[in-house]
Design a protein around this ligand. Sequence first.
Ligand SMILES: [Zn+2]
Length: 260
Amino acid sequence: MPYIDTHTHLDFAAFDPDRDQVLSDCARLGVERLVVLGVTRSNWQAVWQMCKQHTSLYAAFGLHPMFMAEHAAEHVTALQQCLAERLGDARCCAVGEFGLDYWHKGTDRAAQQQLFEAQLQLAVEYQLPSLLHVRKAHADVIATLKRYRPARGGIIHAFSGSSEEAREYHKLGFKLGLGGAATWPQATRLRQTIAQLPGEQLVLETDSPDMAPAFHAHQRNSPALLPQIAAQLAALRGESVAQFSARCWQNSCELFQWSA
Ligand SMILES: [Zn+2]
C-alpha cells in the first residue's frame, strides 16, 4: 500500500543524525512520496537540495506565520523569485507553509494577514496549491480564500476544525491534512469530526518531527510512522486501511497533479 506524507519537515535538525535511515525506512514501508515544506527564507535552499537528491521528495516554499520575527518584506520578493526559477519543475509542488496562527494572544494579526495574502497571490499567479497552517484562525482564512479563490486549492494542514469549516474548505477546493493528532484518545471532538468527513477531502501527513502520534508519545515523529497513523485513522472512520489509504493517495495525486 503506497502512502504520501503531504507535510513533513525532514530538513529540520532533528533528522540530521539519521535522515538517510528514515528515508530508507519510508521506502521499505511504502511511504513513496513526501512533501518537505520551507518555513523561512533561510531553509529554502536546504529543502531544495534535499529534494533534488532524493526522488521521493518534493518541495514547497513559504513563510510560516509562527516565525514572523524572522521574515522581512523582501522575503516575499525572494519567494516570488524562488518560485519563478522553479516554474515547471515538478519537484517544486506548492507554496507553503504559510497561513494564519492566532494561538498567541499578542500576535500582530494585521502583519500575518498581509503576509498570508501576499503568498496566496503568488499561489494564484504561479498556479500552485497552497499548503496552509491554520490555528484558531479558520474564519479569517476562509474569508480570505473566498476573496482570492486560488484555482489549485490546497491543503489545510493538521486540520482540527469543525464539520462546517471542513465544508467551507471543500467548496474552496481545499483538502484536509490528517495525522497524529487524532490518534490521541483525549482528542474526542477531532475524532468525531474525522469519522464524518467526506473521503474525497482527506490526505495524510505527519508534520514530523512534530505532532507525534499517541503510540509514539513525546518522541520524534517520523514519516516512517505514516502507515501506522493511517491504520488508526481508518479504524476511526470504520474503513479498511487499504480503502482509506488508497483514497488519500488518490486525493493527494489529484491535488499535486501527480500520476497515480
Ligand atoms: Zn509544518
